[in-house]
Design a protein around this ligand. Structure first.
Ligand code: KIV
Ligand code: ZN
Length: 384
């Protein structure tokens, strides 16, 4: 049975780049955009054109070079923003304008000091105006995660009437639980007239560490686009991590959902973004962290050496990692020691291994990690 496609909307260059200290120069932006295109993302959010001349130019440059993905520019629900975004996207083969406004009570009262009806009107006219430039218009209801579902449904209905092709339902503050976010998507599917004319998009922030879980709950309940960033970079605790949602869908094939991402490029892309942004990836980060396929306890190492699948659900090659690594520490056992010694050309018999293991533990107790340079010396010191 063919799988339903989930579109990947990458916002590394817009929401991701909002992180303090992660500003990218224009050459790096172009390099990342080219890589995202090769990776197979469906939409690249290239920037927020009205925010600065640099961002405007980045959207222009990216529009010129991207071959396959749609190129998208962010705006507020303000005519001038939309005019500027349309201009920046002029050279894009498949341009998308992403416009929107806050819809939660807190945004309406404190940010805009206005009423629900006025927000609804602004949303409608913003989409109409964007439609005068491009066919593909995505609408975001900022803080949808904390927006009353009934009002959110009214806004969605209005912007679909205005011609929105995609409805972005951001959990801007990362507040929702997966079941709440999933129920919100289902509510919209069940209650918005004309919903079949638009794709629902998940845009989840990670303030409670739930961005990936919420995005997956969204697509299980009928959304068909996920907005995410490489390494999960983004405001505060970050956005949904692209590599995580892609691999969740690959691992759980019973969901019958998949993306067009070439996962074997994930590890390399993660490094590229991390280096360009000078933003290290935490070692225990799922999929792309340095320890994601590293095993250091004796019990796990013994299992992985016998059969990789005992402690790994993903084949590292599937995400572009050469191989699992067996790290030698004081917690390692004989199986790991023999395995690493063999890789260096030392075939140890049982008695030899016992002797080398005694020497190994002496070193391992003082060093955090025993490496390939240490091993020959340990073997020599064992007098075997
Ligand atoms: O988190 C958010 O609500 C956003 C919107 C501007 C799409 O990034
Ligand atoms: Zn966001």
């Amino acid at each position: 049975m063919s799988k339903d496609k989930v579109e990947i909307f990458d916002t590394t260059l817009r929401d991701g780049e909002q992180v303090p200290g992660c500003k990218l120069d224009s050459a790096s932006k172009l390099q990342i955009a080219e890589r995202l295109d090769i990776l197979g993302v469906d939409i690249i959010e290239a920037g927020f054109p009205i925010s600065s001349p640099g961002d405007f130019q980045a959207v222009v440059n990216i529009s010129e070079i991207v071959k396959n993905a749609r190129v998208c520019g962010l705006t507020r629900a303000i005519e001038k923003d939309i005019d500027v975004a349309a201009k920046a996207l002029q050279k894009a083969k498949r341009p998308r304008i992403h416009t929107g406004i806050g819809t939660s009570d807190s945004h309406i009262k404190y940010k805009f000091n206005t009423t629900q009806d006025k927000v609804l009107e602004r949303a409608f006219y913003a989409v109409k105006h964007a439609k005068s430039y491009v066919e593909d218009v995505e609408f975001y209801a900022e803080d949808a995660g904390r927006t009353d579902n009934e009002f959110l449904a009214r806004v969605c209905e209005a912007v679909i009437k205005a011609g929105a092709t995609v409805l972005n339902i951001p959990d801007t503050t990362g507040y929702c639980l997966p079941e709440q976010y999933g129920a919100k998507i289902k509510y919209l599917i069940d209650n918005v007239k004309g919903i079949e004319k638009a794709i629902i998009s998940c845009h989840c922030h990670n303030d409670l560490g739930l961005a990936t879980a919420n995005s997956i709950a969204g697509v299980i309940n009928g959304a068909r686009q996920i907005e995410c960033t490489i390494n999960g970079v983004g405001e505060r605790a970050g956005n949904t991590s692209l590599e995580e949602v892609v691999m969740v869908l690959r691992q759980h094939s019973h969901l019958n959902l998949d993306t067009d991402i070439n996962a074997t490029l994930l590890n390399d892309t993660s490094r590229m973004v991390s280096e360009s942004m000078a933003m290290p990836v935490q070692p225990n980060k799922a999929i792309v962290g340095a320890n994601a396929f590293a095993h250091s306890s004796g019990i796990h190492q013994d299992g992985v050496i016998k059969k990789r699948e005992t402690y790994e659900i993903i084949d590292p090659a599937d995400v572009g990692v050469d191989q699992s690594s067996i790290i030698l520490t004081a917690r390692s056992g004989r199986a790991a020691l023999a395995y690493r010694a063999k890789n260096l050309g030392f075939e140890l018999e049982k008695k030899q291994l016992d002797k080398v293991y005694v020497e190994f533990l002496k070193v391992a107790d003082v060093k955090k990690e025993v490496n390939d340079d240490d091993l020959p010396k340990i073997i020599e010191a064992s007098n075997i």
